[in-house]
Write a protein that binds this ligand. Structure first.
Ligand code: AR6
Length: 175
């Protein structure tokens, strides 16, 4: 039976979340980077990178495409899995919103297939990839609201600072 997951906002560090799945704002190489990606690999330990290298040696030889998602172990994190997704770099010339929506949709689909109940998301693309926070929050909330996963009952947005938190809170306000 499909459900409408509860949406919860938390201010904090995503690597400290107790959730079945932590979503990583990765890049297509899957081999690490800064921001959330750097924090997840630092805290999760080498098992995550080893799993990513295995993916690159197999089906994901060319890397993970923008808007797609793939799961690995969560290593030493409290989560059971990390779901890596690649957000689009923000562009003024081209509307890449559908790719950002796809990150949330695909990550939820992968988490749901694993049987996860709780999924923690960062604000994908709103850091190094330059997506304006208000618009990133709009896309995140709209996409998750439209999803009807079978096993996921809670989607938690973990926002690093007050500005990000406020953007998401504004989108969640009842209209
Ligand atoms: N917990 C929660 N949110 C965080 C954390 C954290 N520990 N650290 C940063 N944020 P970013 P992107 C916020 O840059 O824009 C990497 O190098 C941050 O303030 O992590 O998708 C990858 O390898 C921002 O609001 O991801 C890619 O190359 C949001 O998380 C590239 O960065 C996302 O910021 C991906 O860039």
């Amino acid at each position: 039976m499909s459900t409408r997951p509860e949406i919860v906002l938390v201010r904090g560090d995503i690597t400290e979340q107790d959730a079945d799945v932590i979503v990583n704002a990765a890049n297509s190489s899957l081999l690490g980077g800064g921001g959330v990606d750097g924090a997840i690999h630092r805290k999760g330990g080498p098992a995550i990178l080893a799993a990513c290298r295995e993916l690159r040696a197999g089906h994901y030889g060319g890397g993970l495409q923008t808007g797609r998602a793939v799961a690995t172990t969560a290593g030493n994190l409290a989560a059971r899995w990390v779901v890596h997704t690649v957000g689009p770099v923000h562009s003024r010339e081209e509307d890449r919103s559908e790719l950002l929506a796809s990150c949330y949709r695909e990550s939820l689909r992968v988490a749901d297939e694993l049987g996860a109940r709780t999924v923690a998301f960062p604000a994908v693309s709103t850091g190094i990839y330059g997506w304006p926070m208000d618009d990133g929050a709009r896309i995140a909330v709209e996409t998750v609201r439209a999803a009807r996963p079978a096993s996921v009952t809670e989607v938690r947005f973990v926002l690093f600072d007050e500005r990000a938190y406020d953007s998401f809170a504004e989108r969640l306000r009842p209209v």
